[in-house]
Design a protein around this ligand. Structure first.
Ligand code: DQA
Length: 141
């Protein structure tokens, strides 16, 4: 069966309680239950890490997982700083679609720097948790 891996970066384990006026009230675990129900023909893997190097490890592992057709990555704050994650996206041979829950381009100036997007297949930004579903769909096209 085809597989899509979702990887979330730092502080996204706190979705639902973290700055709900920006990120909403739903935990990612709750959202994931509904997401999996909408994609019965595909396996959806999920991991989260607050550690930059661990996200590199997760990207490499996902790219080697059997049947994995792509990765949905919300690198959170590492989006704006991480050359290591950008290099990992370039090094692996499956597409990576980036997601941001919030519209980073409508926020603080430092969030407008994106070190990852030029290495990725595409970017979905500012559409809330629904962005993850759109990213999975894009990878399955
Ligand atoms: C985020 C946006 C980032 O700027 C921020 O550091 C996050 C979450 C988002 O999903 O909107 O942690 O990636």
């Amino acid at each position: 069966m085809n597989r899509v891996e979702i990887i979330n970066g730092p502080n996204l384990n706190l979705l639902g309680t973290r700055e709900p006026e920006i990120y909403g009230n739903q935990s990612f675990e709750d959202y994931l239950v509904g997401l999996k129900m909408r994609f019965t023909g595909v396996e959806i893997g999920y991991s989260q890490s607050n550690v930059e190097g661990e996200i590199v490890n997760l990207l490499q592992a996902a790219a080697q997982a059997e049947g994995c057709v792509g990765i949905v990555l919300n690198a959170a704050a590492y989006t704006h700083t991480s050359i290591a994650i950008a290099d990992a996206i370039k090094a692996i041979h499956i597409p990576v679609v980036l997601v941001h829950v919030s519209n980073v381009y409508a926020r603080e100036v430092e969030r407008k720097t994106d070190l990852l997007v030029s290495s990725a297949r595409g970017l979905i930004c500012g559409l809330g948790l629904n962005g993850y579903e759109l990213a999975v769909r894009a990878l399955l096209c």
